[in-house]
Design a protein around this ligand. Sequence first.
Ligand SMILES: [Zn+2]
Length: 274
Amino acid sequence: MINFICPVCKSELYEEEKLYRCKNGHCFDKSKFGYVNLLQSQKSSAKRHGDDRLMVRARRDFLDAGYYGFLRDLLCDICEKYIPDGGNILDAGCGECWYSAGLKQHFVQKGKSIFVAGVDISKDALEFASKRKSNIPLAVASLFDLPFADGSFDAVLNIFSPDADEEFHRVLKAGGHLIKIIPLENHLLGLKSAIYDKPYLNDVPDEKIENFVCIKTSQAKMNLCLDLNDSIQNLFRMTPYYYKTGIEDQQKIINLDYLETQAEFEIRVYRKDK
Ligand SMILES: [Zn+2]
């Protein structure tokens, strides 16, 4: 188990019933849902505080419907290979913890255990994550200023969240693993084709990351057939396209009862090099 550290003095925070406290007396109340806010407001100049409620709810409903189960299954198999029994994992940008709660369950089913902590900048996401009751300590914090000591984790999960690779490197143990999920070129092309006249393909980031070695890549691809308007709306609302699209283009999706679209991902496993 890994404790959060105090954003003020960097010493360990110990959990009490309603708050977290460090040895120097700095206290951080838990929200009524159970997560703790460790974001230093004076340090955060950005107005945006992560994914909003509409997006978070849509993503939770879409994921809970199981459409990305094929991806989570592959993630579980890969994690089992690279994360030791009893290992400590950080879900960096955990959202509603759909992936990491499933991962914990997978380890239990295999007769193993892992400790998972989750961090996200969105309070709405952490509210939904808390409601899963997965026993994952959760904190509102920036991925670029993680509330953990150096060398804490056996693995960091970076699933569709910002690439704070330097900070991930800092909190990983020597030889620890960074596991990323990346959408491939054609991911959601069917959805984009329903909205845009000329849909662009996704840019796929380069494999190379400083001070990490990429040791494995695996692809997960599925043709999704969505035959419920709710599912189509949820998928649309959990993507950035919804927020970038004008009302006129949004209308193209609003009455759809059937949509076929590719879902294509790559899982990349990196080892901390030095
Ligand atoms: Zn302190």
